[in-house]
Design a protein around this ligand. Structure first.
Ligand code: FE
Length: 213
């Protein structure tokens, strides 16, 4: 864990950086198309923030707080959309529901945290594979802060087949069958999707996040 918080990190950065994709507040927020300028250059579309964001500003890698579930490493690489140049010192927040489909609230902070990108633009979290909740496919929310005013808010999805495999295991299999898959989800559309691979006892989801400055 790093001994400063996100605001302190961002306060050190000067200059205004504009993101191509502005965050929307409604479920039907506008999204930009994903464009590929070169092999790994992407412009990540924004997606709605949803009702469960809390600005808790906790910089930590492990956001589980002891909650059960399939271990999941979430690894982002933040870079410029046009040049693929890695962006250091960006603060990345993630938040998602636990294995039982519940978000932390009322002072609880599980499955929420912030990491700051290193010199190569990398930021990594240790969490559990998210469960599901009514009306949504499996997802993790993410917010990338380039400075105190510029941010990209999005949602990141999983391959349904991987989710099916995870949900066949405990504690996920103590719940009923999920009804909303990626193709049924009205926010999913062209949202970014993790590249997920087995990793030890769990999984590792990687995603390159491209922002325009
Ligand atoms: Fe959500």
């Amino acid at each position: 864990m790093r001994d400063y918080d996100r605001r302190q990190v961002l306060g050190l950065m000067g200059g205004a950086v504009l993101l191509a994709a502005c965050s929307g507040k409604g479920d039907d927020a506008e999204q930009t198309a994903t464009t590929t300028a070169a092999a790994d250059c992407v412009l990540t579309p924004s997606q709605s923030e949803g009702p469960f964001y809390l600005d808790i500003d906790k910089v930590r890698r492990d956001i589980r707080e002891g909650r059960p579930g399939m271990p999941l490493v979430v690894a982002f690489k933040v870079q410029q959309a046009d040049s693929c140049k890695p962006l250091a010192d960006a603060a990345v927040d993630i938040w998602h529901c636990d294995a039982n489909g519940e978000y932390s609230a009322d002072g609880a902070t599980f499955m929420r945290g912030t990491q700051v990108t290193d010199a190569d633009g990398n930021a990594e979290f240790l969490t559990v594979y998210p469960g599901f909740y009514q009306g949504r496919t499996v997802h993790i929310h993410a917010k990338v802060h380039l400075d105190s005013r510029s941010e990209l808010t999005t949602q990141v999805y999983f391959d349904d087949a991987v989710s099916d495999a995870v949900f066949a295991t405990a504690p996920y299999n103590q719940r009923g069958r999920r009804t909303t898959r990626n193709s049924d989800d009205r926010i999913f559309r062209n949202g970014p999707q993790f590249n997920v691979a087995k990793d030890g006892d769990g999984y590792r989801g990687t995603l390159t996040i491209g922002v325009r400055s």
